[in-house]
Ligand binder design. Structure first.
Ligand SMILES: CCCCCCCCCCC/C=C/C(=O)SCCNC(=O)CCNC(=O)[C@H](O)C(C)(C)COP(=O)(O)OP(=O)(O)OC[C@H]1O[C@@H](n2cnc3c(N)ncnc32)[C@H](O)[C@@H]1OP(=O)(O)O
Length: 362
């Protein structure tokens, strides 16, 4: 989102409210609830009305959405509202149009294609090793929401160029206005939580085609995928402590369950980088392929999977995942809260300043 950390004036907010009415496409109930919640938070502050009865479905859904914003400040909510409307307007004007079957739709750095029963979301910022800027977080969320509802059987996330993804774009921290780091951290925590929620709630099989090294949030999210196919050139690295940060993507819960607490600690606390084979041995990767045949072999397999009956595949995925969903949402909320605190810490600022001034490379 252009000027991610700048303040949103009352005028920006008013413009965004007018823009919402001009959207060409219905953004769907989930996004409407988010807009409602941010509007209420921006104008009235934290949720101040009693919880409605469970049978009052619509009122309860609105209350839940507003209440979930917790103590988010009015200014931060206003900014998030403006950012969300701006990403919806971009999408509605065709800049980030979700792919219709057989067609292709692009945003600046996130490409979406849909064919042969597969919707593929490609991170396309190879000169920055596919680092995720704030616009990309929004674009990926929109792409996932559309893919969850389209007619494809499976959805794939992959990267273009030599990297899968180098994680959060550390320049995201550059534009934080002086004197307002807490607000910025609060908004970022809301963004992170919403982003990870999209992966937790994704309704059909989600497959990662890991075409090269993966860092940070692109690694932690893999625990929420249904299959992870990796080239033997890939590495898996979560240098959170080196950056004065802490784990996200539900990895603090999923990784210890998957690989045992000590192997998870080596990765998530001490930043040990795993090879593709090591990640396979820990259960993070489903299968490793030689780089020379990676794309051919993986896509042939995916095309075969995509021919399976879509409803059956979707229901099976939901059965496999439904038991854990509530827990995962709680973990996501807790991890986002911890990071909100980390982002205003000196440890985090020093580490990021070192990277940005090119004194440090991981
Ligand atoms: C308050 C704002 C918050 C905003 C929103 C928050 C939302 C949720 C956040 C969730 C928390 C996530 C945490 C993480 O993901 S932690 C991991 C972060 N990633 C890194 O630390 C990787 C940093 N990059 C590197 O160490 C190296 O660049 C790398 C090993 C990836 C590649 O090294 P190599 O020597 O091969 O190539 P270059 O360094 O020359 O890279 C080419 C250019 O790409 C730029 N680059 C690469 N990765 C990043 C990145 N993560 N952030 C910003 N820029 C990146 C690099 O600077 C080069 O750019 P230039 O050509 O312009 O110099």
């Amino acid at each position: 989102v252009g000027g991610p950390a700048m303040r949103a004036s009352q005028e920006d907010f008013a413009n965004a409210m007018s823009q919402v009415k001009l959207l060409k496409k219905d953004p769907g109930n989930e996004v409407k609830l988010k807009l409602y919640a941010l509007y209420k938070q921006a104008t009235e502050g934290p949720c101040n009305v009693p919880k409605p009865g469970v049978l009052d479905f619509v009122v309860k859904a609105k209350w839940d959405a507003w209440n979930a914003l917790g103590g988010l400040s009015k200014e931060a909510a206003r900014r998030s509202y403006v950012d969300l409307v701006s990403s919806l307007s971009a999408s509605s004007s065709g800049r980030a149009t979700p792919a219709a079957d057989g067609k292709r739709a692009d945003s600046d750095h996130v490409l979406v294609t849909s064919e042969d029963g597969i919707t593929a979301i490609t991170l396309n910022r190879p000169t920055k090793k596919n680092a995720l800027n704030t616009q990309m977080y929004h674009d990926i969320m929109l792409a996932l929401k559309a893919a969850g509802k389209d007619s494809s059987t499976i959805t794939v996330l992959t990267g273009s160029g030599d990297y899968y993804c180098s994680g959060n774009d550390l320049s995201n921290f550059k534009d934080v206005p002086s004197g307002r780091p807490e607000e910025s951290a609060q908004r970022s925590a809301v963004l992170l939580r919403d982003f990870v929620d999209c992966f937790i709630d994704f309704p059909k099989p989600l497959i990662a085609v890991v075409n090269g090294p993966a860092i940070g949030i692109s690694v932690t999210l893999l625990g929420l995928f249904d299959a992870v196919y990796a080239t033997d050139r890939a590495t898996f690295h979560t240098p959170f402590s080196h950056l004065g940060q802490s784990p996200e993507g539900c990895s603090s819960y999923v990784f210890p369950k998957m690989m045992g607490p000590s192997k998870a600690a080596e990765m998530l606390i001490f930043g040990k980088k795993l090879t593709a084979q090591e990640a396979f041995a820990q259960g993070l990767v489903t299968e490793v392929f030689p780089d020379s045949t990676f794309q051919k072999e993986v896509w042939a397999r995916l095309k075969a999977y995509a021919k399976l009956p879509p409803n059956s595949v979707r229901i099976s995925k939901q059965l496999l995942r439904s038991q854990e969903k509530e827990r995962l949402h709680a973990v996501n909320a807790e991890e986002s809260r911890a990071l909100q605190e980390r982002w205003v810490s000196a440890e985090c600022h020093d580490a990021i300043a070192a990277f940005l001034s090119r004194k440090a490379k991981l």
